[in-house]
Design a binder for this molecule. Structure first.
Ligand SMILES: *[C@@H]1O[C@H](CO)[C@@H](O)[C@H](O)[C@H]1NC(C)=O
Ligand SMILES: *[C@@H]1O[C@H](CO)[C@@H](O)[C@H](O)[C@H]1NC(C)=O
Ligand SMILES: *[C@@H]1O[C@H](CO)[C@@H](O)[C@H](O)[C@H]1NC(C)=O
Length: 404
C-alpha cells in the first residue's frame, strides 16, 4: 500500500464520523444532483508522476499526444505517440502504452503496441473508446494523415479484450470509411449511456485534405462496422485557410446526463475568439447543427488539444489556459483545470493551476465503478516541460474534494 493510499483511507474513516458526516446528510437532501456527498468540488493535485521522458535515450526521441482511459475492470491505460527520430508530427512512431491496476499509484513498464516501421508520415493518435457492454478497449489512429510522401490516408483500429494486456493486429477502417484524412481525437471516444442510441460508440476527430472540420465515426455493433456520422465543416470548406477563418480542429466529445453530446474543439484559426469552439449533438452523434454551435469565452485557449470530462453531473476541462499572445509554442503554458456545475454554461471561478510552466495537450478520465474511491478522483495526463511542453508526459491524480 502506498503512502497516498494510506492517507486516503485515513481521510475516509475520519470524514465518515466527523463534521463531514453531517454535511453528507444535509447535502443529500439539499443538492443531490451535485453528487455533493463529499462536499464542495475543490480539486487538489493529490499525486503526480512522469510516465514518459523524451530526450533521445533508447529508440524514442519524443513522446507526445497523451491519451488516458479507464477500463471496465477498473484499470487505467495511458497511451502516447513515441516519435522515433524527431519531435515532428510526421515521421515513424510507436504507440506506447503503460497500464495501472492500482488507480495510478504504480505503472507497468512501457510496451509498444503498434510499430509503423519507418514511414515518412507515420501514425498519429488517436482516440481510445471503451465498450463497457462487451468489455473491450478500442484505439483509433491515423496513418499518413498529412499525405507527406505517401497516399492515401488510412484510419486504423486496434482492440484489446483483456484489459489492455494484449492488442489485436491493426485493422484498416478506411476499407469501409474511405480514404479521407481523418485524425481521431486526440482524447477519448464515448459509448452512449443515455438515450438516444444507447451503446453506440462515437469517435470524433478532424479532417484535413479532402475535407476539414470536425467529423465523428459511429459504430452500433461494438466496433465491427463503422460509418461517418455528424460533421461540422470548416468555412471556406476544404480550401486554404487564413487567420480568423472558421476551422474547428482537434476535439473531445463528452456525453452529458441528458444524453446530448458536447464536443469541445480547438479553434484553429481563432475564429470569433481566442477560445474554444463548443458544439452539441442531440441525436446520438448523427448531426452537429450550426444552431447548436457556440464559443466559450471563459475557456481561453492558445490553439491546442484540450481535455474534457463529465463525471456525476460536473463538467471538467483542462488546457494550457494562457491568454498571452506570444510565439505559437510559447503560448502553451499554465495547464489549468476548470469545472462547471451548470453543464458548461458557466465555470467556477477557482480554477486550479496544475502546472505553471510549458504545457501542451491534455486528456482526462475517471473510473466509473461507483466505489467510494472512484467517485473522489479524476485523472489528467498532459504534456509538461520546463523549456518546451514536449519534454515529458505527466500523470496527475486529482482529488475532487480537497483531499478529504
Ligand atoms: C487501407 O484501405 C484503403 C482502402 O482500401 C487503402 O487505399 C489503403 O492503402 C489501406 N491502408 C493500409 C495501411 O493498408
Ligand atoms: C494561469 O492560470 C491561473 C488560474 O486560472 C490564472 O489565474 C493565471 O492568470 C494564468 N496565468 C497566465 C499567464 O495566463
Ligand atoms: C444539467 O443537465 C442535467 C441533465 O439534463 C439537468 O438535470 C440539470 O438541471 C442541468 N443543470 C443546470 C444547472 O442546468
Amino acid at each position: 500500500m502506498s503512502a497516498t493510499e494510506r492517507i486516503g483511507d485515513l481521510a475516509t474513516s475520519v470524514g465518515s464520523m466527523g463534521r463531514n458526516g453531517v454535511l453528507v446528510l444535509l447535502s443529500l437532501f439539499a443538492i443531490p444532483y451535485l453528487c455533493a456527498a463529499y462536499g464542495q468540488i475543490e480539486p487538489l493535485v493529490y499525486d503526480e508522476q512522469l510516465l514518459w521522458v523524451g530526450g533521445g535515450a533508447g529508440q524514442v526521441n519524443t513522446y507526445r499526444i497523451p491519451l488516458l482511459s479507464f477500463t471496465p475492470k477498473g484499470s487505467l491505460l495511458a497511451f502516447s505517440e513515441a516519435r522515433k527520430k524527431s519531435s515532428s508530427d510526421i515521421g515513424a512512431k510507436f504507440i506506447a502504452l503503460r497500464r495501472s491496476t492500482d488507480r495510478g499509484a504504480t505503472w507497468s513498464p512501457t510496451s509498444f503496441i503498434v510499430d509503423d516501421g519507418s514511414l515518412a508520415d507515420g501514425l498519429n493518435l488517436g482516440s481510445v473508446v471503451v465498450d463497457e457492454e462487451v468489455g473491450s478497449v478500442i484505439l483509433l489512429y491515423s496513418l499518413c494523415f498529412h499525405r507527406y510522401q505517401c497516399s492515401p490516408s488510412s484510419t486504423m483500429m486496434v482492440q484489446s479484450l483483456d484489459d489492455g494486456l494484449t492488442w489485436s493486429r491493426p485493422r484498416n477502417l478506411s476499407v469501409e470509411l474511405g480514404v479521407k484524412s481523418f485524425a481521431p481525437g486526440p482524447g477519448f471516444g464515448i459509448q452512449k449511456r443515455y438515450p438516444p442510441a444507447v451503446g453506440r460508440l462515437i469517435v470524433c476527430g478532424h479532417g484535413s485534405l479532402g475535407g476539414d472540420g470536425i467529423f465523428c465515426v459511429l459504430s452500433d455493433d461494438h466496433g465491427a462496422n463503422w460509418r461517418y456520422g455528424a460533421m461540422l465543416k470548416s468555412i471556406p470548406y476544404n480550401q486554404k485557410k487564413q487567420d480568423l477563418d472558421f476551422n474547428p480542429d482537434e476535439c473531445q466529445p463528452v456525453e452529458m446526463e441528458d444524453g446530448s453530446i458536447v464536443i469541445n474543439a480547438r479553434n484553429q484559426n481563432n475564429y470569433h475568439c481566442r477560445c474554444r469552439v463548443v458544439v452539441r449533438s442531440t441525436d446520438g452523434g448523427e448531426s452537429l447543427p450550426v444552431e447548436n454551435l457556440g464559443f466559450d469565452t471563459t475557456l481561453v485557449d492558445p490553439v491546442v488539444a484540450a481535455g474534457a470530462l463529465q463525471k456525476e453531473g460536473v463538467l471538467y476541462f483542462t488546457n494550457p489556459a494562457s491568454t498571452e499572445h506570444r510565439a505559437p509554442t510559447e503560448h502553451r503554458i499554465n495547464l489549468t483545470l476548470r469545472w462547471s456545475l451548470t453543464n458548461g454554461s458557466s465555470w467556477e471561478k477557482d480554477a486550479v493551476q496544475i502546472w505553471a510552466g510549458p504545457s501542451g495537450y491534455s486528456a482526462m478520465t475517471s473510473l466509473v465503478g461507483g466505489a467510494t474511491d472512484d467517485r473522489k478522483y479524476i485523472y489528467v495526463i498532459y504534456e509538461k516541460g520546463h523549456k518546451t511542453p514536449y519534454e515529458t508526459i505527466s500523470f496527475a491524480k486529482i482529488h475532487l474534494y480537497g483531499g478529504r
